[in-house]
Write a protein that binds this ligand. Structure first.
Ligand code: SAM
Ligand code: SF4
Length: 330
C-alpha cells in the first residue's frame, strides 16, 4: 500500500476520510440544519452499507488509514451495526462524531469494533439553551450518554460550536468540566453553511477564548499532532484538556489531510469547496473510481476551498457553501 497516491499538488498527503452515513438527524442544531429543513436525496441514491465498505476499501488502497463516520447523525442508520462491523475488519483507525443520543444502544458494538475515541457534540451545559439550539428536549439524555461513554473507558471529545450571544459565557464552565473528568473539550469557531445565518461578528476567536480562560486559570500549551486542526491546552493540574479549532480566524489548511464522502456518494476535497465529484454513480456502473478520486484531489485548493480572502466573505457570497453542514458531514 502506498501513502503517496493521495498527494495533492501542494504536497499534502491525504490519509483521513470522513464518511457521512446519512443526511438525517434526531436533532435540529440551528448552525447545522436550516430552519426549513433540507431537501433529502432520494433513498436509492444514499450509499448502502456494502457500498460504504467497498468504496472505503478503494480509498484505503490509495493510502487512507483513518475513517470518521459522521452525518447527519450516524447512529440513526438502521444498519449502523453492520457498517461498523464491516469497516472494523479494514486496516484503519475507525472513529465517529455523534450527538450521543443513541449511544447507550451501541456501547458494546462500538467496543467490539475497536472504537475507542468519539467526538460528541454539546454546545451548552444548560438544558433550556440545549432545547433552544437543538429544538429538542434531550439535554439529560445527552449528558447521561456522555457519562456512560466515560464510564466505559472511551476517550470523549466534546465539540462545542461557540456562537456570540449564545454560549460564550459557558466557556469557563466547559473548561471546569475538565478538572475531574479526563475529557477533551474542543471549542469550534462558528462556520458559514447554507441556511445557518452565520455572521463574522458571531465568531469568538482563539484569542478571545484564551484570554477568557487565562484570566481565571494557569493554562499550559500542549503539543499539537502533525495534522491537527486544533490548538490544545490544559489547565495546570486538571485531568482533561481543551482545544480551539479556529477554522475561520487562524486556518490550518497547510497540513490538511482530509477528504470527505457525502451520504449520497459525492467526494469533496474540502469542507468549504462547492465542488463535488460523484463516485457512487460510476461505482454502481462498475467503473474504476480511482482516477475520479485522484482527479478530485488534484483540484484541491491550497486553502478554504479556493475562497481567496475568507476575512472578506459575506453570508450571501456566491462562494459560500451551497450545502448545509448536515448534508456535507462535519
Ligand atoms: N450529528 C453528529 C454530531 O452532531 O456530532 C455528527 C454530524 S455534525 C454535522 C458534525 C460536527 O459538525 C458537529 O460537531 C457539529 O458541531 C459541527 N458543526 C455543524 N455545523 C457547524 C458550523 N456551522 N460551524 C462549526 N461546526 C459545525
Ligand atoms: Fe444533527 Fe449533528 Fe447537525 Fe446537530 S450538528 S443537527 S446533531 S447533524
Amino acid at each position: 500500500m502506498s501513502t503517496t497516491k493521495l498527494q495533492d499538488k501542494f504536497g499534502r498527503i491525504h490519509d483521513y476520510l470522513r464518511i457521512s452515513l446519512t443526511e438525517k438527524c434526531n436533532l435540529r442544531c440551528s448552525y447545522c440544519m436550516p430552519e426549513e429543513g433540507v431537501q433529502l436525496s432520494p433513498r436509492d441514491s444514499i450509499l448502502s452499507a456494502q457500498e460504504i465498505y467497498d468504496i472505503a476499501n478503494i480509498f484505503i488502497g490509495l493510502g487512507i488509514n483513518k475513517i470518521r463516520l459522521t452525518g447527519g447523525e450516524p447512529l440513526i442508520r438502521k444498519d449502523f451495526k453492520d457498517i461498523i462491523k464491516a469497516l472494523s475488519t479494514l486496516p484503519i483507525k475507525l472513529t465517529m462524531t455523534t450527538n450521543a443520543l443513541l449511544v447507550d444502544k451501541f456501547i458494546d458494538d462500538l467496543k467490539k469494533c475497536g472504537i475507542t475515541s468519539l467526538n460528541v457534540s454539546l454546545d451548552t451545559l444548560n438544558p433550556a439553551k440545549f432545547q433552544q439550539i437543538t429544538k429538542r428536549d434531550k439535554f439529560q439524555q445527552t449528558i447521561d450518554n456522555i457519562n456512560l461513554l466515560i464510564k466505559n473507558g472511551f476517550h470523549v471529545k466534546i465539540n462545542v460550536v461557540l456562537m456570540k450571544g449564545f454560549n460564550e459565557n459557558e466557556i469557563l464552565d466547559f473548561v471546569n468540566w475538565t478538572k475531574k473528568d479526563n475529557i477533551h473539550i474542543r471549542f469550534i469557531e462558528f462556520m458559514p453553511f447554507d441556511g445557518n445565518k452565520w455572521e463574522w461578528n458571531r465568531i469568538i476567536s482563539l484569542k478571545e477564548i484564551l484570554d477568557m480562560i487565562d484570566a481565571q486559570h494557569k493554562v499550559i500549551k500542549l503539543l499539537d499532532g502533525k495534522n491537527s486542526t486544533s490548538k490544545a491546552y490544559q489547565v495546570l493540574g486538571y485531568n482533561g484538556t481543551f482545544a480551539v479549532i479556529s477554522s475561520m480566524t487562524n486556518h490550518f489548511c497547510g497540513s490538511c489531510n482530509r477528504l470527505r464522502l457525502t451520504a449520497n456518494g459525492k467526494m469533496k476535497n474540502c469542507l468549504f469547496s462547492n465542488e463535488e465529484v460523484d463516485l457512487l454513480t460510476p461505482f454502481r456502473n462498475e467503473k474504476d473510481i480511482t482516477p475520479l478520486i485522484q482527479n478530485c484531489l488534484i483540484k484541491k485548493n491550497s486553502k478554504h476551498g479556493g475562497i481567496k480572502e475568507l476575512s472578506k466573505l459575506n453570508y450571501d457570497d456566491p462562494l459560500m457553501s451551497q450545502r448545509s453542514m448536515i448534508t456535507i458531514g462535519g
